[in-house]
Design a protein around this ligand. Structure first.
Ligand code: ADP
Ligand code: ASP
Ligand code: MG
Length: 436
């Protein structure tokens, strides 16, 4: 069984949905995971924000606007009156459901239910389109098997047991359509795997079924060696290891959701990144194999806060770092980068929700300095065989950029530097032009 995930742009218009229907048909068994049509989840987020602010009339306007877009799409997508009317009924029922939450007290429960509508609509539209075109497929509601536990982590046991059962009940057809992103939580309520989480859905399914391959289809020809949104002439990589891809995805390479690497890595299920707009391109293969030497790719993550704790008492003392780390543990705030000197330690976080509390706790151990709006630039490759040369090349390329922190040696395949967010694009461009 292969798992193929198609992102928002791949289902972004009636034309794209029609192309997709061609692309997914083969004799092999496949599970197709779809995102919401591009722009829909953002629009739903906007609607939920208005509902939180009790701007109900404005929310209603946005709902009507989005509904009209879908009515136009239905009209373009289906050829027959029968399916146009089925499609319109579908839109009516989902938008009535959304409207149901206007003028009522609004909580995260309702928010999650609204955010789920994008994937529920796109998959149903696609399923109807296949059916109108005479292609048999099985609708596989993600809410019947995808589930997170009380810590928000995937409930692997539940997912596997239910998916196995549902698949074993269906013996006639081999093309399954399901929703990315959405799931149920431990209370059985509608929840989701966070923004961009459809990649994670595909990876979880691939992992529990021990699929031969998970394919992530998007609007670009693979994992590029630098962020194509900021740098020109970036190139798709043929191959990456899971560890390399994990570093890049975590540090900002938007093409993959950072959580989507681990499930496939743990079961050695290869992941292939493919371009819906150019399906014959080779794309990028991500597997447990480490191929190639030297510097491979660069990514950047914004919104980073650097915290420096300086203490005379750190000199020759033990236990200082433990106390510092404990503060972050208490506030459930992950640390990304760390650098130390004999009198101070600097570290970075990307979750500022408890920054004030963390700052006042840390002040017990020394003076605390905070710099917000920083970016981590992560340079990935094989730095063992060519370590001396690589570090020199990276720092040389960044000679005109002020560096706040440098982290090297934490793993075999990563050098990270911290820069001011406003220097990020210049840093990415300098690295690209001098390293590749
Ligand atoms: P989808 O909606 O299909 O999930 P995304 O927008 O989430 O697509 O991811 C694809 C986008 O990721 C690309 O269009 C590109 O702009 C961006 N991107 C950022 N970094 C990279 C990278 N290193 N390689 C490829 N794409 C990247
Ligand atoms: N539709 C969701 C989002 O926009 C999930 C996804 O596209 O992966 O975040
Ligand atoms: Mg995505």
């Amino acid at each position: 069984m292969r798992v193929l995930k198609f992102g928002g742009t791949s289902v972004g218009s009636p034309e794209r949905i029609k192309n997709l229907a061609q692309l997914v048909q083969t004799d092999e068994s496949r599970i197709i995971v779809l995102s919401a049509m591009a722009g829909t989840t953002n629009a739903l987020v906007e609607i939920t924000e208005l509902l939180y602010q009790e701007q109900n009339d404005l929310a209603n306007e946005k709902i009507t606007e989005l509904e009209q877009q879908y009515r136009d799409r239905i009209d373009d997508l289906y050829a027959s009156e029968e399916y146009k009317s089925k499609g319109n009924e579908l839109i009516t029922s989902h938008f009535n459901y959304i409207r149901n939450f206007v003028f009522r007290s609004f909580t995260t429960l309702q928010e999650k239910a609204i955010l789920a509508q994008g994937e529920l609509i796109s998959t149903a539209m696609f399923h109807y389109y296949l059916s109108e075109s005479g292609v048999n497929s099985v609708f596989l509601p993600a809410l019947n098997f995808m589930r997170i536990d009380k810590d928000g982590e995937p409930d692997y046991f539940y997912i596997k047991e239910n998916l196995d059962r549902i698949l074993s009940e269906e013996t006639e057809h081999n093309l399954y359509i399901t929703q990315g992103f959405i799931c149920r939580n431990v209370y059985g309520e509608i929840d989701n795997l966070k923004r961009g989480g459809s990649d994670y859905t595909a990876s979880l399914i691939g992992s529990v079924l021990q699929s031969e391959e998970v394919q992530i289809w998007t609007d670009i020809d693979g994992f590029h060696n630098n962020d194509p949104r900021y740098v020109e002439n970036t190139k798709a990589l043929e191959q990456l290891s899971f560890d390399e891809a994990a570093e890049l995805a975590y540090f900002g390479a938007k093409i993959m959701h950072p959580s989507s690497i681990m499930p496939c890595k743990s079961q050695s299920v290869p992941v292939r990144l493919k371009n819906t707009l150019s399906p014959t391109d080779a794309g990028t293969l991500i597997s447990n194999d480490l191929v190639g030497k030297g510097i491979k790719a660069i990514a950047a993550k914004d919104g980073i806060t650097a915290i420096k704790i300086k203490s005379g008492r750190m000199l020759l003392a033990y236990g200082f770092l433990r106390k510092v780390f404990e503060v972050f543990e208490i506030y459930k705030t992950p640390i990304d980068m760390i650098t130390t000197s004999e009198v101070a330690v600097s570290l970075t976080i990307d979750d500022n929700s408890n920054l004030k509390e963390i700052e006042s706790e840390l002040a017990k151990y020394g003076s605390v300095e905070i710099d917000q709006n920083q970016s981590i630039i992560c340079i990935v490759g094989d730095f063992i065989s060519e370590s001396a040369g690589s570090a020199k090349k990276v720092l040389g390329a960044l000679e005109n950029i002020p560096l706040r922190m440098i982290s090297y040696g934490g793993s075999k395949h990563n050098i990270s530097v911290l820069v001011n967010q406003e220097d990020k694009i210049a840093a990415l461009q300098a690295l690209s032009s001098q390293l590749f």
